[in-house]
Ligand binder design. Structure first.
Ligand code: IMP
Length: 428
């Protein structure tokens, strides 16, 4: 049973890229299964920092093969750009190790324009998307009008399809939103060139995954976004348009649950959210400002300041359920140094009474008032700690409390941004 699924347990930005990089040491292949360049995964290694949006974080390890799976939506211009940047920094981007599914869908400028137009039209009720065209691309996919990566196999026809999609979108923009399309330049040429560059990478990734698993290889499925942004299981409509949860790895890559032996949730030691939507433990005050400053909580993709707050154990328990976590990884524990007392939400007060279960109706969740437990903080710098017993007693107690509330063992704790700044705990 050689597949591990790595999932964001909160609203995204839990530090999955760095954890994927850590776990990739023991993997033969790392695969992204959902989303697109709305993701921003930061990995620091060997004094260099890499910001990845489409290519799986495992790419930094030369022995690992990287897969961009069928469940993804891919902007070819951005993918070419990302690959070239990696190449410039000495990372092997040969098509022998990077594979893009023929069944993934393509994001074109029309999707970006429609994403922006919809957000503007929603005004105060906007979702706060990354404006990378994710929603409109998945919408086209579901409507069966999308462009497949397979269409890139014929660059001339692909260029013509991109042009056609652009004209259709211009029509829609004008009819529905009274807007002029701002897409300029020779898209046909630009997309034709991107298709030609990517041609050697396009392949049947389902076959690659199965050949690897059948040969006993280890596959790491790298989630993007987070459980509470899941299209089905997050608080609609404040969600992304894909399935970031563990189940999404199976549909997005095309293999069955029998192959999975570990489902790892990644949660920050506190909580953040970007974009709109309910966030009961948000601290719109100096505590939140300090978490943002110390944790450098600004979006990798959009640069937006993230909303910051205390850890929400009710939401974490929900994430453990919908994903079936076998273990949790807690990131950025060092950011909590100096906060005293620490708080975490263990229940919500709702008009109908107190609950320890996440309300799934968005309107109800918006009314949730968190019930906090407080724990003593610590002042010691955690950056050099590598062993759980060397953490200050209050930090150990905090981790153990989160573990008990989530009902899932915590196997790894990150205490700084560098690869080696982590505390590993024995797995039972
Ligand atoms: P979209 O995925 O760009 O359509 O955005 C939908 C919602 O998901 C917005 O609230 C975004 O801020 C959020 N979102 C999308 N990708 C990420 C991510 O990688 N990290 C955190 N939030 C994200």
């Amino acid at each position: 049973m050689p597949a591990t699924i790595l999932v964001g347990a909160q609203w995204g930005d839990e530090g999955k890229g760095r954890i994927a990089d850590w776990l990739a040491r023991d993997a033969d292949a790392v695969a992204r299964y959902a989303g697109g360049d709305n993701a921003g995964h930061t990995v620091s290694a060997g004094g260099q920092t890499f910001q990845l949006h489409l290519v799986p974080s495992g790419v930094i390890h030369p022995h690992v093969r990287c897969i961009l799976g069928s469940g993804m939506v891919i902007n070819p211009i951005r993918l070419v750009h990302e690959l070239k940047l990696l190449d410039e920094r000495g990372i092997d981007i040969s098509p022998e190790r990077i594979h893009v599914s023929l069944r993934a869908h393509v994001i074109v400028p029309a999707h970006l324009e429609l994403d922006g137009a919809r957000e503007r039209a929603l005004g105060k009720a906007s979702i706060g998307t990354t404006r990378r065209g994710i929603g409109p691309a998945y919408q086209d996919k579901a409507a069966r009008t999308g462009l497949l990566v397979a269409d890139m196999l014929d660059p001339d026809r692909f260029a013509a399809s991109v042009q056609r999609a652009t004209e259709e979108a211009a029509h829609l923009l004008s009819a529905q939103y009274g807007l002029e399309s701002t897409t300029t330049g020779d898209l046909g040429l630009e997309y034709g060139q991107a298709a030609a560059f990517l041609r050697p990478y396009l392949t049947d990734t389902v076959a690659i995954v199965h050949d690897l698993l059948e040969a006993g290889g280890r596959l790491l499925c790298e989630g993007a976004q987070g459980t509470l942004l899941d299209l089905d299981h997050g608080h609609y409509p404040y969600v992304t348009s894909s399935s970031p949860i563990a189940g999404g790895a199976l549909t997005g890559l095309g293999f069955g649950p029998r192959e999975v032996d570990r489902v790892i949730g990644v949660a920050k030691a506190y909580a953040t959210r970007v974009g709109g939507g309910p966030f009961p433990t948000e601290q719109n005050n100096p505590t939140g400002d300090r978490l943002r400053a110390v944790g450098r909580e600004y979006g990798t993709t959009t640069g937006r300041p993230r909303r910051c707050g205390w850890l929400d154990a009710v939401a974490l328990r929900y994430a453990a359920r919908v994903n079936g976590f076998t273990e949790l990884i807690l990131t950025k524990l060092d950011v909590l140094t100096g906060f005293d007392p620490l708080a975490l939400a263990t229940a919500y007060d709702l008009p109908g009474g107190r609950t320890q279960t996440l309300p799934i109706h968005t309107g109800t969740f918006e009314q949730a008032v968190p019930v906090y437990e407080t724990l003593p903080g610590w002042t010691d710098d955690l950056g050099g700690v590598r062993c759980f017993e060397d953490l200050p007693a209050a930090a150990q107690a905090y981790v153990q409390h989160v573990e008990a509330l989530a009902g899932v063992p915590i196997s790894l704790i990150s205490v700084g941004p560098e690869r080696e700044q982590a505390v590993e705990r024995a797995r039972s």
